[in-house]
Design a protein around this ligand. Structure first.
Ligand code: NAD
Length: 517
Protein backbone atom coordinates (compact mmCIF):
# COMPACT_ATOMS: atom_id res chain seq x y z
CA UNK A 1 0.00 0.00 0.00
CA UNK A 2 1.07 3.59 -0.59
CA UNK A 3 0.75 6.56 1.69
CA UNK A 4 1.55 9.48 -0.62
CA UNK A 5 1.64 12.23 2.05
CA UNK A 6 0.60 15.78 1.28
CA UNK A 7 1.91 19.34 1.01
CA UNK A 8 2.06 19.76 4.81
CA UNK A 9 4.29 16.69 5.18
CA UNK A 10 6.60 17.98 2.46
CA UNK A 11 6.70 21.29 4.35
CA UNK A 12 7.68 19.53 7.60
CA UNK A 13 10.48 17.76 5.77
CA UNK A 14 11.66 21.01 4.15
CA UNK A 15 11.76 22.81 7.48
CA UNK A 16 13.73 19.91 9.03
CA UNK A 17 16.21 20.19 6.16
CA UNK A 18 16.53 23.97 6.60
CA UNK A 19 17.06 23.51 10.34
CA UNK A 20 19.79 20.95 9.70
CA UNK A 21 21.62 23.32 7.34
CA UNK A 22 21.48 26.11 9.89
CA UNK A 23 22.33 24.01 12.95
CA UNK A 24 25.28 22.28 11.35
CA UNK A 25 26.64 25.18 9.29
CA UNK A 26 29.81 24.94 11.43
CA UNK A 27 30.57 21.44 10.24
CA UNK A 28 30.00 17.81 11.14
CA UNK A 29 32.84 17.41 13.64
CA UNK A 30 32.52 18.05 17.36
CA UNK A 31 35.83 18.31 19.14
CA UNK A 32 36.55 19.62 22.64
CA UNK A 33 33.04 20.98 23.03
CA UNK A 34 33.03 22.90 19.74
CA UNK A 35 31.73 22.22 16.23
CA UNK A 36 34.38 22.10 13.51
CA UNK A 37 34.80 21.37 9.84
CA UNK A 38 36.69 18.29 8.70
CA UNK A 39 40.06 18.84 7.06
CA UNK A 40 40.34 15.77 4.81
CA UNK A 41 39.77 17.97 1.74
CA UNK A 42 36.74 15.89 0.75
CA UNK A 43 33.03 16.38 1.30
CA UNK A 44 30.08 14.07 1.77
CA UNK A 45 26.36 14.66 1.22
CA UNK A 46 23.69 13.47 3.63
CA UNK A 47 20.81 12.42 1.37
CA UNK A 48 17.12 12.06 2.22
CA UNK A 49 16.51 8.48 1.10
CA UNK A 50 12.79 9.05 0.67
CA UNK A 51 13.41 11.49 -2.18
CA UNK A 52 17.06 11.14 -3.17
CA UNK A 53 17.50 14.89 -2.46
CA UNK A 54 20.63 16.22 -0.83
CA UNK A 55 20.04 17.44 2.73
CA UNK A 56 23.39 18.67 3.94
CA UNK A 57 26.95 18.56 2.61
CA UNK A 58 29.87 18.58 5.02
CA UNK A 59 33.65 18.31 5.10
CA UNK A 60 34.80 14.82 6.07
CA UNK A 61 37.23 14.31 8.93
CA UNK A 62 40.77 13.28 8.09
CA UNK A 63 43.49 11.75 10.25
CA UNK A 64 44.40 15.15 11.74
CA UNK A 65 40.85 15.69 12.96
CA UNK A 66 40.90 12.28 14.60
CA UNK A 67 44.21 13.18 16.26
CA UNK A 68 42.74 16.43 17.59
CA UNK A 69 39.66 14.66 18.92
CA UNK A 70 41.76 11.99 20.64
CA UNK A 71 43.95 14.70 22.17
CA UNK A 72 40.83 16.47 23.48
CA UNK A 73 39.50 13.22 24.95
CA UNK A 74 42.89 12.50 26.51
CA UNK A 75 43.05 15.97 28.06
CA UNK A 76 39.55 15.57 29.51
CA UNK A 77 40.23 12.13 30.99
CA UNK A 78 41.94 13.00 34.32
CA UNK A 79 39.19 15.32 35.51
CA UNK A 80 36.28 13.20 34.25
CA UNK A 81 37.64 9.90 35.53
CA UNK A 82 38.46 11.62 38.82
CA UNK A 83 34.92 12.94 39.30
CA UNK A 84 32.88 11.05 41.87
CA UNK A 85 30.24 8.62 40.61
CA UNK A 86 27.68 11.00 42.10
CA UNK A 87 29.01 13.92 40.03
CA UNK A 88 28.97 11.88 36.82
CA UNK A 89 25.49 10.66 37.68
CA UNK A 90 24.22 14.20 38.16
CA UNK A 91 25.68 15.29 34.83
CA UNK A 92 23.99 12.35 33.09
CA UNK A 93 20.65 13.20 34.71
CA UNK A 94 20.98 16.75 33.35
CA UNK A 95 21.92 15.24 29.96
CA UNK A 96 18.73 13.14 29.94
CA UNK A 97 16.70 16.30 30.68
CA UNK A 98 18.31 18.26 27.80
CA UNK A 99 17.67 15.35 25.43
CA UNK A 100 14.03 15.28 26.51
CA UNK A 101 13.77 19.00 25.67
CA UNK A 102 15.24 18.33 22.22
CA UNK A 103 13.24 15.16 21.55
CA UNK A 104 11.36 16.54 18.57
CA UNK A 105 14.51 17.77 16.80
CA UNK A 106 16.21 14.44 17.42
CA UNK A 107 13.20 12.65 15.91
CA UNK A 108 12.92 14.95 12.88
CA UNK A 109 16.64 14.83 12.06
CA UNK A 110 16.78 11.06 12.51
CA UNK A 111 13.79 10.60 10.21
CA UNK A 112 15.29 12.95 7.65
CA UNK A 113 18.71 11.31 7.41
CA UNK A 114 17.50 7.68 7.67
CA UNK A 115 14.03 7.76 6.08
CA UNK A 116 12.50 6.31 9.25
CA UNK A 117 8.81 7.09 9.75
CA UNK A 118 8.36 9.79 12.36
CA UNK A 119 6.26 7.42 14.48
CA UNK A 120 9.30 5.13 14.79
CA UNK A 121 11.75 7.86 15.75
CA UNK A 122 9.26 9.54 18.10
CA UNK A 123 8.15 6.35 19.82
CA UNK A 124 11.27 4.18 19.70
CA UNK A 125 14.64 5.74 18.81
CA UNK A 126 14.31 8.94 20.82
CA UNK A 127 12.53 7.77 23.99
CA UNK A 128 14.81 4.72 24.06
CA UNK A 129 17.83 6.99 23.98
CA UNK A 130 16.52 9.23 26.75
CA UNK A 131 15.76 6.17 28.86
CA UNK A 132 19.28 4.77 28.25
CA UNK A 133 20.69 8.09 29.43
CA UNK A 134 18.58 8.05 32.58
CA UNK A 135 19.55 4.41 33.19
CA UNK A 136 23.28 5.16 32.99
CA UNK A 137 22.81 8.20 35.23
CA UNK A 138 21.68 5.76 37.91
CA UNK A 139 24.09 2.96 37.00
CA UNK A 140 27.09 5.32 37.29
CA UNK A 141 26.67 5.13 41.07
CA UNK A 142 26.71 1.33 41.14
CA UNK A 143 30.16 0.61 39.78
CA UNK A 144 31.67 -1.94 42.13
CA UNK A 145 34.63 -4.18 42.62
CA UNK A 146 33.56 -7.57 43.89
CA UNK A 147 35.84 -8.55 46.69
CA UNK A 148 37.81 -7.24 49.65
CA UNK A 149 39.39 -9.28 52.40
CA UNK A 150 42.42 -11.11 53.82
CA UNK A 151 42.77 -13.95 51.33
CA UNK A 152 46.40 -14.87 52.16
CA UNK A 153 46.10 -14.20 55.86
CA UNK A 154 48.99 -11.71 55.69
CA UNK A 155 47.50 -9.20 53.26
CA UNK A 156 44.39 -7.21 52.66
CA UNK A 157 43.25 -7.37 49.04
CA UNK A 158 40.58 -5.42 47.27
CA UNK A 159 39.49 -4.70 43.75
CA UNK A 160 39.24 -1.28 42.20
CA UNK A 161 37.12 -0.87 39.08
CA UNK A 162 38.72 1.83 36.95
CA UNK A 163 38.03 3.64 33.73
CA UNK A 164 40.18 2.53 30.80
CA UNK A 165 41.02 5.87 29.16
CA UNK A 166 40.07 7.19 25.74
CA UNK A 167 37.55 4.95 23.97
CA UNK A 168 37.35 5.04 20.16
CA UNK A 169 33.90 3.97 18.97
CA UNK A 170 32.55 3.35 15.49
CA UNK A 171 28.83 3.18 14.72
CA UNK A 172 26.63 2.10 11.79
CA UNK A 173 23.87 4.00 10.00
CA UNK A 174 20.81 1.96 10.91
CA UNK A 175 20.11 3.49 14.34
CA UNK A 176 22.51 6.44 14.43
CA UNK A 177 21.13 8.04 17.58
CA UNK A 178 20.70 4.83 19.56
CA UNK A 179 24.09 3.53 18.49
CA UNK A 180 25.74 6.80 19.57
CA UNK A 181 23.96 6.47 22.93
CA UNK A 182 24.85 2.79 23.38
CA UNK A 183 28.51 3.56 22.71
CA UNK A 184 28.86 6.82 24.59
CA UNK A 185 26.76 6.33 27.73
CA UNK A 186 28.37 3.31 29.43
CA UNK A 187 31.81 4.59 28.45
CA UNK A 188 31.37 8.01 30.06
CA UNK A 189 29.28 6.76 33.00
CA UNK A 190 32.30 4.64 33.93
CA UNK A 191 34.64 7.64 33.71
CA UNK A 192 36.14 7.18 30.25
CA UNK A 193 36.22 9.84 27.58
CA UNK A 194 35.27 9.04 24.00
CA UNK A 195 35.71 9.77 20.32
CA UNK A 196 32.78 8.47 18.28
CA UNK A 197 32.86 8.02 14.54
CA UNK A 198 29.32 7.80 13.20
CA UNK A 199 28.60 6.41 9.74
CA UNK A 200 29.24 9.02 7.02
CA UNK A 201 25.63 8.73 5.81
CA UNK A 202 24.09 9.68 9.16
CA UNK A 203 26.08 12.07 11.37
CA UNK A 204 23.29 14.48 12.37
CA UNK A 205 21.82 13.00 15.54
CA UNK A 206 25.21 11.91 16.92
CA UNK A 207 26.26 15.55 16.63
CA UNK A 208 23.08 16.76 18.28
CA UNK A 209 23.60 14.20 21.06
CA UNK A 210 27.16 15.41 21.72
CA UNK A 211 26.06 19.05 21.71
CA UNK A 212 23.29 18.27 24.17
CA UNK A 213 25.92 16.81 26.51
CA UNK A 214 27.79 20.11 26.46
CA UNK A 215 24.56 22.01 27.18
CA UNK A 216 24.05 19.68 30.15
CA UNK A 217 27.44 20.67 31.54
CA UNK A 218 29.42 17.57 30.62
CA UNK A 219 32.97 18.93 30.29
CA UNK A 220 34.50 19.70 26.90
CA UNK A 221 36.42 16.79 25.43
CA UNK A 222 34.51 14.06 27.28
CA UNK A 223 32.45 13.36 24.12
CA UNK A 224 33.92 14.06 20.68
CA UNK A 225 32.49 13.18 17.28
CA UNK A 226 34.52 12.78 14.10
CA UNK A 227 32.63 12.16 10.91
CA UNK A 228 34.80 10.65 8.24
CA UNK A 229 35.13 7.54 6.12
CA UNK A 230 35.84 4.15 7.63
CA UNK A 231 39.09 3.80 5.75
CA UNK A 232 40.50 7.17 6.74
CA UNK A 233 38.96 8.35 10.02
CA UNK A 234 37.84 4.90 11.24
CA UNK A 235 41.15 3.14 10.78
CA UNK A 236 43.06 6.08 12.27
CA UNK A 237 40.83 5.97 15.34
CA UNK A 238 41.17 2.21 15.81
CA UNK A 239 44.95 2.29 15.35
CA UNK A 240 45.57 5.45 17.38
CA UNK A 241 48.22 4.89 20.06
CA UNK A 242 46.36 7.04 22.62
CA UNK A 243 43.10 5.15 22.25
CA UNK A 244 42.86 2.43 24.88
CA UNK A 245 39.75 0.64 23.68
CA UNK A 246 37.84 0.11 20.43
CA UNK A 247 34.11 -0.41 20.50
CA UNK A 248 32.67 -1.20 17.07
CA UNK A 249 29.14 -1.82 15.84
CA UNK A 250 28.73 -2.71 12.20
CA UNK A 251 29.08 -5.55 9.74
CA UNK A 252 31.05 -8.69 10.48
CA UNK A 253 33.30 -8.05 7.46
CA UNK A 254 34.39 -4.60 8.69
CA UNK A 255 34.53 -5.93 12.27
CA UNK A 256 37.25 -8.37 11.18
CA UNK A 257 39.33 -5.52 9.77
CA UNK A 258 38.79 -3.44 12.92
CA UNK A 259 39.82 -6.42 15.06
CA UNK A 260 43.07 -6.81 13.10
CA UNK A 261 44.05 -3.19 13.67
CA UNK A 262 42.96 -3.14 17.31
CA UNK A 263 44.81 -6.37 18.02
CA UNK A 264 47.99 -5.10 16.39
CA UNK A 265 47.90 -2.10 18.75
CA UNK A 266 46.82 -4.23 21.78
CA UNK A 267 43.51 -2.59 22.58
CA UNK A 268 40.51 -3.70 24.55
CA UNK A 269 37.95 -4.69 21.90
CA UNK A 270 34.18 -4.82 21.86
CA UNK A 271 32.45 -5.96 18.65
CA UNK A 272 28.72 -5.83 17.92
CA UNK A 273 28.38 -7.33 14.45
CA UNK A 274 25.84 -8.67 12.01
CA UNK A 275 22.89 -10.95 12.63
CA UNK A 276 20.50 -13.33 10.88
CA UNK A 277 17.90 -13.89 13.57
CA UNK A 278 15.79 -17.06 13.42
CA UNK A 279 12.09 -16.99 14.31
CA UNK A 280 11.00 -20.50 15.32
CA UNK A 281 7.27 -21.27 15.32
CA UNK A 282 6.30 -24.56 16.99
CA UNK A 283 3.02 -26.22 16.02
CA UNK A 284 1.24 -25.24 19.25
CA UNK A 285 1.99 -21.52 18.79
CA UNK A 286 -0.66 -18.80 18.63
CA UNK A 287 -0.56 -18.37 14.86
CA UNK A 288 -2.13 -14.90 14.90
CA UNK A 289 0.55 -13.72 17.34
CA UNK A 290 3.33 -15.38 15.34
CA UNK A 291 2.21 -13.81 12.04
CA UNK A 292 1.99 -10.33 13.57
CA UNK A 293 5.31 -10.85 15.35
CA UNK A 294 7.00 -11.99 12.15
CA UNK A 295 5.85 -9.01 10.10
CA UNK A 296 6.75 -6.47 12.80
CA UNK A 297 10.00 -8.26 13.59
CA UNK A 298 11.05 -8.48 9.95
CA UNK A 299 10.03 -4.97 8.91
CA UNK A 300 11.20 -2.87 11.84
CA UNK A 301 13.39 -0.07 10.52
CA UNK A 302 12.68 -1.42 7.00
CA UNK A 303 14.47 -4.61 8.01
CA UNK A 304 17.72 -2.76 8.67
CA UNK A 305 18.01 -4.08 12.18
CA UNK A 306 20.71 -6.48 13.31
CA UNK A 307 18.15 -8.41 15.40
CA UNK A 308 15.32 -8.34 12.80
CA UNK A 309 13.48 -11.59 12.19
CA UNK A 310 15.01 -12.85 8.95
CA UNK A 311 14.49 -16.64 8.92
CA UNK A 312 11.09 -17.96 9.98
CA UNK A 313 11.09 -21.73 10.64
CA UNK A 314 7.53 -22.94 10.95
CA UNK A 315 6.54 -26.44 12.03
CA UNK A 316 4.83 -28.28 9.17
CA UNK A 317 1.17 -28.23 10.41
CA UNK A 318 1.19 -24.39 10.57
CA UNK A 319 3.45 -23.72 7.60
CA UNK A 320 1.00 -23.09 4.71
CA UNK A 321 -1.28 -20.87 6.78
CA UNK A 322 1.68 -18.95 8.20
CA UNK A 323 2.95 -18.23 4.68
CA UNK A 324 -0.39 -17.00 3.32
CA UNK A 325 -1.29 -14.89 6.37
CA UNK A 326 2.18 -13.35 6.64
CA UNK A 327 2.11 -12.42 2.96
CA UNK A 328 -1.33 -10.84 3.33
CA UNK A 329 -0.27 -8.83 6.39
CA UNK A 330 2.91 -7.67 4.63
CA UNK A 331 0.78 -6.43 1.73
CA UNK A 332 -1.27 -4.26 4.09
CA UNK A 333 1.78 -2.35 5.36
CA UNK A 334 1.72 1.27 4.17
CA UNK A 335 4.91 2.43 2.47
CA UNK A 336 5.16 6.17 2.27
CA UNK A 337 6.61 9.52 3.15
CA UNK A 338 8.38 9.20 6.53
CA UNK A 339 6.97 12.60 7.53
CA UNK A 340 3.35 11.66 6.71
CA UNK A 341 1.13 10.41 9.53
CA UNK A 342 -0.04 6.92 8.61
CA UNK A 343 3.22 5.77 7.06
CA UNK A 344 4.31 2.39 8.40
CA UNK A 345 7.43 1.80 6.38
CA UNK A 346 10.00 4.19 5.00
CA UNK A 347 12.70 3.65 2.39
CA UNK A 348 15.99 1.89 2.93
CA UNK A 349 18.95 4.02 3.94
CA UNK A 350 20.13 4.58 0.36
CA UNK A 351 19.58 3.58 -3.23
CA UNK A 352 22.78 1.53 -3.03
CA UNK A 353 21.38 -0.48 -0.11
CA UNK A 354 18.03 -0.87 -1.89
CA UNK A 355 19.77 -2.23 -5.00
CA UNK A 356 21.82 -4.60 -2.85
CA UNK A 357 18.65 -5.97 -1.26
CA UNK A 358 16.93 -6.24 -4.66
CA UNK A 359 19.91 -8.18 -6.02
CA UNK A 360 19.62 -10.75 -3.20
CA UNK A 361 15.93 -11.25 -4.04
CA UNK A 362 16.56 -11.39 -7.78
CA UNK A 363 19.24 -14.07 -7.36
CA UNK A 364 16.83 -16.05 -5.13
CA UNK A 365 14.23 -16.27 -7.92
CA UNK A 366 16.24 -19.06 -9.55
CA UNK A 367 16.02 -21.34 -6.49
CA UNK A 368 13.06 -20.09 -4.41
CA UNK A 369 9.61 -18.52 -4.69
CA UNK A 370 8.95 -14.83 -4.02
CA UNK A 371 5.54 -15.02 -2.35
CA UNK A 372 5.01 -11.28 -2.13
CA UNK A 373 7.03 -8.11 -2.72
CA UNK A 374 10.29 -8.48 -4.56
CA UNK A 375 10.11 -5.10 -6.26
CA UNK A 376 10.48 -1.37 -5.75
CA UNK A 377 7.19 0.54 -5.75
CA UNK A 378 6.48 2.96 -8.58
CA UNK A 379 4.39 6.13 -8.64
CA UNK A 380 5.24 8.84 -6.17
CA UNK A 381 7.66 6.58 -4.28
CA UNK A 382 9.79 5.76 -7.32
CA UNK A 383 12.36 8.47 -6.52
CA UNK A 384 13.05 7.11 -3.04
CA UNK A 385 15.03 4.03 -1.96
CA UNK A 386 11.86 2.02 -1.29
CA UNK A 387 11.41 -1.73 -1.54
CA UNK A 388 8.25 -3.69 -0.92
CA UNK A 389 8.04 -6.04 2.08
CA UNK A 390 9.14 -9.37 0.68
CA UNK A 391 8.44 -12.95 1.69
CA UNK A 392 10.49 -15.77 0.17
CA UNK A 393 9.55 -19.45 0.48
CA UNK A 394 11.11 -22.65 -0.79
CA UNK A 395 14.76 -21.66 -0.34
CA UNK A 396 17.18 -24.36 0.81
CA UNK A 397 18.83 -23.98 4.22
CA UNK A 398 22.26 -23.53 2.64
CA UNK A 399 21.10 -20.91 0.11
CA UNK A 400 22.31 -17.32 0.14
CA UNK A 401 19.03 -15.76 1.33
CA UNK A 402 18.97 -18.08 4.35
CA UNK A 403 22.64 -17.74 5.27
CA UNK A 404 23.61 -14.11 4.49
CA UNK A 405 22.58 -10.88 6.16
CA UNK A 406 20.37 -9.02 3.63
CA UNK A 407 19.55 -6.00 5.83
CA UNK A 408 16.28 -5.09 4.17
CA UNK A 409 12.54 -5.86 4.44
CA UNK A 410 12.93 -9.51 3.45
CA UNK A 411 11.75 -12.54 5.42
CA UNK A 412 12.57 -16.10 4.35
CA UNK A 413 10.24 -18.86 5.54
CA UNK A 414 11.08 -22.56 5.76
CA UNK A 415 9.17 -25.55 7.18
CA UNK A 416 10.50 -28.01 9.78
CA UNK A 417 9.25 -31.31 11.20
CA UNK A 418 10.62 -32.19 14.63
CA UNK A 419 11.53 -29.80 17.45
CA UNK A 420 15.11 -31.02 17.09
CA UNK A 421 15.11 -29.88 13.46
CA UNK A 422 13.70 -26.46 14.28
CA UNK A 423 16.43 -25.78 16.81
CA UNK A 424 19.18 -27.23 14.63
CA UNK A 425 18.16 -25.04 11.66
CA UNK A 426 17.91 -21.97 13.90
CA UNK A 427 21.56 -22.51 14.91
CA UNK A 428 22.74 -23.19 11.38
CA UNK A 429 24.27 -19.85 10.30
CA UNK A 430 27.53 -18.26 11.45
CA UNK A 431 25.61 -15.60 13.41
CA UNK A 432 24.21 -15.57 16.95
CA UNK A 433 22.79 -12.18 17.86
CA UNK A 434 19.10 -12.76 18.55
CA UNK A 435 16.31 -15.30 18.04
CA UNK A 436 12.73 -15.97 19.03
CA UNK A 437 10.69 -19.07 19.86
CA UNK A 438 6.90 -19.22 19.54
CA UNK A 439 5.03 -21.82 21.58
CA UNK A 440 2.39 -22.11 24.31
CA UNK A 441 4.23 -25.06 25.83
CA UNK A 442 6.56 -23.80 28.53
CA UNK A 443 8.87 -26.82 28.24
CA UNK A 444 9.31 -26.45 24.49
CA UNK A 445 9.91 -22.71 24.77
CA UNK A 446 12.32 -23.18 27.64
CA UNK A 447 14.28 -25.79 25.67
CA UNK A 448 14.57 -23.35 22.75
CA UNK A 449 15.90 -20.61 25.03
CA UNK A 450 18.58 -23.00 26.31
CA UNK A 451 19.63 -24.50 23.01
CA UNK A 452 19.51 -21.60 20.58
CA UNK A 453 22.94 -20.02 20.51
CA UNK A 454 22.28 -16.28 20.49
CA UNK A 455 22.83 -13.33 22.80
CA UNK A 456 19.07 -12.80 23.18
CA UNK A 457 16.16 -15.22 22.85
CA UNK A 458 12.61 -13.90 23.01
CA UNK A 459 9.61 -16.10 23.72
CA UNK A 460 6.38 -15.16 21.92
CA UNK A 461 7.77 -11.78 20.88
CA UNK A 462 10.63 -10.49 18.74
CA UNK A 463 12.49 -7.13 18.94
CA UNK A 464 11.81 -5.41 22.29
CA UNK A 465 14.91 -4.15 24.05
CA UNK A 466 15.24 -2.56 27.44
CA UNK A 467 17.95 -0.44 29.09
CA UNK A 468 18.40 -2.83 32.03
CA UNK A 469 19.16 -5.87 29.87
CA UNK A 470 22.33 -6.62 27.87
CA UNK A 471 22.48 -6.63 24.08
CA UNK A 472 25.27 -8.44 22.27
CA UNK A 473 26.14 -11.42 20.17
CA UNK A 474 27.57 -14.92 20.15
CA UNK A 475 29.84 -16.31 17.42
CA UNK A 476 30.14 -14.19 14.22
CA UNK A 477 27.82 -11.58 15.78
CA UNK A 478 30.70 -10.47 17.99
CA UNK A 479 31.37 -10.26 21.69
CA UNK A 480 30.77 -7.85 24.52
CA UNK A 481 27.54 -6.25 25.69
CA UNK A 482 25.82 -2.94 25.08
CA UNK A 483 23.29 -1.45 27.54
CA UNK A 484 22.66 -2.67 31.09
CA UNK A 485 25.16 -2.90 33.94
CA UNK A 486 26.91 -5.68 31.95
CA UNK A 487 28.28 -3.06 29.55
CA UNK A 488 30.50 -1.80 32.39
CA UNK A 489 32.48 -5.03 32.03
CA UNK A 490 33.59 -3.70 28.63
CA UNK A 491 34.30 -0.13 29.68
CA UNK A 492 36.17 -0.70 32.94
CA UNK A 493 39.25 -2.56 33.99
CA UNK A 494 39.76 -4.06 37.40
CA UNK A 495 42.81 -3.63 39.52
CA UNK A 496 43.88 -5.85 42.38
CA UNK A 497 45.32 -3.81 45.25
CA UNK A 498 47.22 -5.80 47.92
CA UNK A 499 48.45 -4.43 51.28
CA UNK A 500 50.95 -6.24 53.45
CA UNK A 501 49.59 -6.55 56.98
CA UNK A 502 52.66 -8.00 58.76
CA UNK A 503 55.09 -5.03 58.71
CA UNK A 504 57.87 -7.68 58.66
CA UNK A 505 61.00 -6.84 56.61
CA UNK A 506 62.06 -10.45 55.99
CA UNK A 507 58.92 -12.07 54.76
CA UNK A 508 58.52 -15.80 54.88
CA UNK A 509 58.05 -16.20 51.13
CA UNK A 510 61.43 -14.51 50.35
CA UNK A 511 63.15 -17.85 51.04
CA UNK A 512 61.94 -19.11 47.69
CA UNK A 513 64.20 -16.46 46.13
CA UNK A 514 67.20 -16.29 48.52
CA UNK A 515 68.45 -17.87 51.73
CA UNK A 516 66.96 -20.73 53.77
CA UNK A 517 64.32 -20.77 56.42
P1 NAD B 1 29.62 -1.18 8.18
O1 NAD B 1 30.37 -2.28 8.82
O2 NAD B 1 29.72 -1.00 6.72
O3 NAD B 1 30.06 0.23 8.81
C1 NAD B 1 29.98 0.46 10.19
C2 NAD B 1 30.92 1.60 10.54
O4 NAD B 1 32.26 1.18 10.29
C3 NAD B 1 30.71 2.88 9.74
O5 NAD B 1 30.88 3.98 10.62
C4 NAD B 1 31.84 2.83 8.74
O6 NAD B 1 32.26 4.10 8.29
C5 NAD B 1 32.93 2.17 9.55
N1 NAD B 1 33.99 1.53 8.76
C6 NAD B 1 33.92 1.04 7.51
N2 NAD B 1 35.11 0.53 7.14
C7 NAD B 1 35.96 0.71 8.19
C8 NAD B 1 37.32 0.40 8.42
N3 NAD B 1 38.08 -0.19 7.49
N4 NAD B 1 37.87 0.73 9.61
C9 NAD B 1 37.13 1.33 10.56
N5 NAD B 1 35.83 1.65 10.40
C10 NAD B 1 35.24 1.33 9.22
O7 NAD B 1 28.12 -1.36 8.66
P2 NAD B 1 26.84 -0.51 8.23
O8 NAD B 1 26.53 -0.89 6.83
O9 NAD B 1 27.03 0.92 8.60
O10 NAD B 1 25.73 -1.10 9.24
C11 NAD B 1 25.09 -2.28 9.03
C12 NAD B 1 25.76 -3.43 9.79
O11 NAD B 1 25.82 -3.14 11.18
C13 NAD B 1 24.97 -4.72 9.70
O12 NAD B 1 25.86 -5.80 9.49
C14 NAD B 1 24.31 -4.83 11.06
O13 NAD B 1 23.97 -6.13 11.44
C15 NAD B 1 25.35 -4.26 11.94
N6 NAD B 1 24.78 -3.82 13.22
C16 NAD B 1 25.01 -4.57 14.34
C17 NAD B 1 24.46 -4.20 15.56
C18 NAD B 1 24.69 -5.02 16.80
O14 NAD B 1 24.35 -4.54 17.88
N7 NAD B 1 25.29 -6.19 16.72
C19 NAD B 1 23.67 -3.05 15.64
C20 NAD B 1 23.46 -2.30 14.49
C21 NAD B 1 24.02 -2.70 13.27
Amino acid sequence: MHNPGNADDAGTRRSARDDVRTRFADGAQYIAGRPAKGTSGRTHAVVDPSTGDEVYTYELAGAEDVDRAVAAARAAFPEWSGATPGERSEALHRFAAVLADQAEDLARFESLQCGKPLKLTREFDVPGTIDNTAFFAGAARHLQGQSAGEYSGDHTSYVRREAIGVVGSIAPWNYPLQMAAWKILPAIAAGNTIVLKPAELTPLTSLLFARAATEAGIPDGVINVVTGTGKEAGERLVGHPDVAMTSFTGSTAVGRRVAEIATATVKRLHLELGGKAPFVVFDDADLEAAVHGAVAGALINTGQDCTAATRAYVQRPLYEEFVSRTAALMESVRLGDPFAPGTDLGPLISHVQRDRVAAFVDRARSYARVVTGGEAPGGDLAKGAYYRPTLIAGAAQDSEVVQSEIFGPVLVVLPFDSDDDGIRLANDTPYGLAASAWSRDVYRANRATREIRAGCVWVNDHIPIISEMPHGGYRASGFGKDMSAYSFEEYTQIKHVMFDNTAVARKDWHRTIFGDR
